[in-house]
Design a protein. Structure first.
Length: 137
């Protein structure tokens, strides 16, 4: 005789019956919850307060914060500008000088404020200008 905890189900693809034991499922879920709590306790030791507050948000990927920071620090060294990347630091340039770059960045900042753009937009624009200045002869 079959107990209430043992149910028979059929799969949609094959229509073959398979048994399903709720007691086993409860044990598995309990073990999963225990491991999750242990993980949360362990990870909280290495996180800032702001990250701990974000633990419930799955998009914040808290479990990968340390790996992301290490990766970003490694990538930063590959994307740094040379110390003499501006043309007026390398040699005198007739096309653009320090003063014109300041005017251009100020104008971009005003546009950024006027159109209520995200800060990253301004940072990317300045980065593109600086990369162009690196390539200038």
């Amino acid at each position: 005789m079959q107990s209430d905890n043992d149910k028979k189900f059929t799969t949609e693809r094959t229509n073959k019956p398979y048994s399903f034991n709720l007691d086993k499922l409860k044990v598995i879920v309990a073990e999963f919850e225990k491991r999750r709590e242990d993980w949360r306790r362990n990870i909280r030791r290495d996180l800032d307060v702001a990250d701990i507050l974000e633990m419930r948000n799955p998009q914040s990927v808290i479990e990968f914060v340390s790996q992301i920071i290490v990766s970003m620090k490694n990538q930063e060294t590959h994307h740094m500008y040379p110390h003499d990347y501006l043309p007026w630091e390398r040699e005198s340039s007739e096309l653009i000088n320090e003063r014109y770059r300041k005017y251009l960045i100020d104008w971009l900042a005003e546009l950024h404020y006027k159109f209520r753009m995200w800060p990253e937009t301004l940072f990317v624009a300045v980065g593109i200008i600086d990369k162009f200045l690196i390539k200038m002869p």
